[in-house]
Write a protein that binds this ligand. Structure first.
Ligand SMILES: N[C@@H](CCC(=O)N[C@@H](CS)C(=O)NCC(=O)O)C(=O)O
Length: 207
């Protein structure tokens, strides 16, 4: 399988999940502006949506949308527990959280990365993001991970989008549990490995 990604964007979430569950994954970088992959392929021919992530299966089929991709990866290694079994309420809780992160947090960042977004829109979006982060802050004040005592694909996703706070100068200091969560996730070996592969941090020297 191959993951199409751009360094540090939302495709880092499935990349982390693959490392967490020990699933070998080829990766290919995409320039989302020119729609070219690093091997010179036309990315729009792979994923007509033009954005990352996209997962190319060994059959040649392509799966898109981060929340679907992380669950597909997780289901390749159900014993990893990074996603609860299909058909359970616990699985629906994971989907509930992935949907929340996708539509309420991830996409709220988007206008901050567009140079022509009006100031008033940014102010409104910032207030919205604070409200949405307060919900996860309340959860993380009580437990280490979004779904309870076990790291899940939702944690990887929340970590990835929350890394963008620094880039848009969104102050997280009113969310201490979220800040502690970010540190906890960042220190995980699988997260370090995925980030190093994307060139976001230096490779850790072997002990
Ligand atoms: N609905 C998609 C959105 C993916 C998305 O927003 N990807 C961004 C990076 S985080 C991207 O590739 N943007 C470049 C573009 O749209 O051209 C998902 O949840 O996977």
């Amino acid at each position: 399988m191959k993951l199409y990604y751009s360094p540090g964007v939302c495709s880092l979430s499935p990349h982390i999940v693959a490392h967490e569950i020990g699933l070998p994954l080829k990766i290919e970088k995409v320039d989302t502006k020119t729609k070219q992959t690093e091997t010179g392929r036309d990315y729009l021919a792979i994923n007509p949506k033009g954005y990352v992530p996209a997962l190319e299966l060994d059959s040649g089929e392509v799966l898109t949308e981060g929340p679907a991709i992380v669950q597909y990866l997780a289901d390749q290694k159900p014993e990893s527990g990074i996603a609860p079994p299909n058909g359970t309420l616990a699985r629906s809780r994971l989907q509930e959280m992935l949907g929340y992160i996708n539509s309420e947090i991830h996409k709220t960042y988007s206008p901050f990365f567009k140079p022509d977004t009006p100031k008033e829109t940014l102010a409104e979006r910032e207030a919205y993001l604070r409200k949405r982060y307060q919900f996860v802050e309340n959860i993380l004040a009580k437990q280490n991970w979004l779904l309870g005592d076990k790291f899940s694909a939702a944690d990887a996703y929340l970590f990835v989008v929350t890394r963008w706070a620094a880039a848009i100068k969104f102050d997280l200091s009113e969310f201490p549990a979220l800040q502690a969560f970010q540190k906890r996730v960042h220190e995980r070996p699988a997260v370090q490995a995925a980030m190093a592969e994307e060139g976001l941090i230096k490779h850790q020297a072997a002990a």
